[in-house]
Design a binder for this molecule. Structure first.
Ligand SMILES: Cc1ncc(C[n+]2csc(CCOP(=O)(O)OP(=O)(O)O)c2C)c(N)n1
Ligand code: SF4
Ligand SMILES: [Mg+2]
Length: 285
């Protein structure tokens, strides 16, 4: 991760001239403010920062962060972010998108990003709805969720993003809430510092199509103080309980990153010399 220790950065340093066009009260404002705070705390030089998003209200995030940005097609945050990171491992790469973008159309990518363990941060702004397209049910909408696409109530059980990421082998897994920006700033900071694939599921209510501001706060709980973040079974246990919405770090581990693996492959190929490459080309020609 690249940092500029000789310069002063404030949250303001990361604001662009674009004003978010999110609805007043949208949870995504809290996520963005927390992201600005984290970036300032880490003193990340905007020229070494890339924010990649998919499509959705949350997908507008790169437009609001002073950095390089890539507003990818729907569901393709992770392949683009991985490509950027492999091309230049010195960059800090952050993926941002919604529950629909990440878990529905882009759902197939998460498993492979997690098991490859590139040094990326992936922030999901989870409002349990498709905000941009007016509130259709999403993979994290609860059973019974009523909207235009489910007038008699959603009949599909929601997926559990935390359990899913633990199963896929992500090396940093956390959950935050847009209404707790101080705690969220800390989680985002830890996720960016983490060397490897860091996933933060951020509960971020859509005030317009699925207003959960009253139902979420009473259900919030912190990860217990004695939780062992190095234990996958303990992380599963925590993720599978449904009495509370648990906030904090569920799991973290240091494993080789994808870029470290790629560098090894390049070293081996270079050591094998051009003759080995010629041999391979000959075999396939
Ligand atoms: C290939 C493709 N299919 C469908 C759409 C329509 N579409 C745009 S955003 C979206 C869902 C966004 O939901 P989510 O990712 O949860 O983001 P939010 O708006 O809730 O932040 C859909 C289905 C699209 N843009 N491209
Ligand atoms: S529609 Fe929902 S998710 Fe989109 S900006 Fe408005 S409140 Fe936020
Ligand atoms: Mg959504």
């Amino acid at each position: 991760m690249s940092t500029a220790v000789d310069a002063k950065y404030t949250p303001q340093s990361y604001k662009t001239d674009e004003h978010p066009i999110w609805c007043p009260g949208c949870g995504d404002f809290g996520v963005l403010a927390s992201l600005y705070n984290s970036l300032a705390g880490l003193k990340i030089d905007p020229k070494n920062l890339v924010v990649v998003s998919g499509i959705g209200c949350s997908g507008r995030t790169p437009g609001f962060v002073k950095s390089f940005g890539f507003h990818a097609v729907h569901g393709r945050v992770l392949p683009v972010a991985l490509g950027v990171k492999v091309a230049n491992p010195e960059l800090t790469v952050i993926g941002a998108g919604g529950d629909g973008d990440g878990f529905a159309i882009g759902g197939g990518h998460i498993a492979h990003a997690a098991r490859r363990n590139p040094d990326l941060t992936y922030l999901i702004m989870d409002n349990s709805t498709y905000g941009l397209t007016k509130g259709q049910y999403s993979p994290t909408s609860p059973v019974g969720y009523k909207a235009g696409s489910t007038p008699y109530g959603n009949i599909e059980r929601p997926l559990n993003p935390l359990a899913m990421l633990i199963a896929y082998g992500a090396t940093f897994i956390a959950q935050g809430y847009s209404g707790k920006p101080k705690e969220l700033t800390d989680l985002i900071t830890r996720s960016i510092r983490h060397k490897g694939f860091a996933f933060v599921n951020i509960i971020s209510p859509c005030i317009t199509f699925y207003n959960t501001y009253k139902v979420i706060p009473p259900r919030l709980a912190e990860v217990p103080r004695d939780h062992d973040t190095s234990s996958r079974p303990k992380a599963f246990e925590l993720a599978l309980q449904d009495d509370h919405i648990t906030l904090g770090v569920f799991y973290e581990a240091r494993l080789p990153t994808f870029e470290e693996g790629v560098a090894d492959v390049i070293r081996h190929a270079q050591a094998a010399g051009p003759s080995r490459l010629e041999q391979i080309f000959a075999e396939f020609s």
